[in-house]
Design a protein around this ligand. Structure first.
Ligand code: TYD
Length: 207
């Protein structure tokens, strides 16, 4: 799934284990872009679309599905996110700045814990690469403390699972040759992380 030649848009993605603060960082970056008068579009996965809603039911435990089926569903939701009307591809081709809370590295990390990593890689191979991935790195124990105040837990929100997800993320992202990756210390204050994100986006000529 490639973009038409002449693509001018930029695709910025935040990744991390549960409780790492990807949503907070997306919000802080959005605020800063707004203050700077920059046009952008912010989005997230799983999406709010039909496949994303099924995924939310699976994540909450309301619906049951085999791990392999879940990997296919995340890939289908991603395809819809990219190719749907007003979706990521359309916006990148129109030259927009797209900021996304989780993308294909979430599948490569989370779904590979319970599936053959090669299957997950195959399902995600054709999806367009982001221009930059910010990985907010956090020990699973810290993430677990942060989500302990939430009213209910999702199926992946177990400390041993999250530790495996973190290991997988680090393996993938440390070796990532094609994509610009910034690994940020998620234990530092959110404002300090946001500042690093802002600087990195300028240094990478994304802003
Ligand atoms: P998220 O919305 O970030 O969590 P929250 O509901 O706490 O705000 O993500 C929901 C969960 O989905 C999270 O545990 C990560 C998981 N996930 C995958 O397992 N694979 C994927 O491809 C994506 C996008 C998310």
């Amino acid at each position: 799934m490639s973009l038409k030649r002449g693509r001018e848009g930029r695709f910025v993605v935040f990744e991390g284990i549960d409780g790492s603060g990807t949503t907070t960082q997306c919000r802080m970056l959005s605020q800063r872009l707004r203050n700077a008068g920059r046009a952008f579009w912010t989005t997230s996965e799983p999406t709010g679309g039909p496949i994303g809603r099924v995924l939310r039911d699976i994540l909450s435990g309301r619906l049951a599905a085999a791990p392999e089926t879940v990997a296919y569903l995340f890939a289908a939701d991603r395809s819809d996110h990219l190719l749907g009307a007003g979706g990521v591809i359309e916006r990148l081709e129109a030259g927009e700045l797209v900021v996304c809370d989780r993308y294909k590295h979430s599948s490569l990390a989370y779904q590979s814990v319970e599936n053959d990593p090669l299957l997950v890689a195959d399902l995600n191979r054709r999806f367009v690469d982001p221009d930059i991935v910010f990985f907010i790195d956090l020990p699973a124990s810290v993430g677990d403390q942060r989500i302990s105040g939430r009213p209910s837990r999702e199926i992946y929100e177990k400390i041993a699972f999250q530790e495996q997800v973190r290991t997988r993320y680090l393996e993938l992202l440390r070796d990532e040759a094609r994509i610009h990756v910034e690994i940020l210390d998620g234990t530092t204050p959110q404002a300090a992380i946001a500042e690093k994100v802002w600087l990195a986006l300028h240094e990478a000529s994304i802003l």
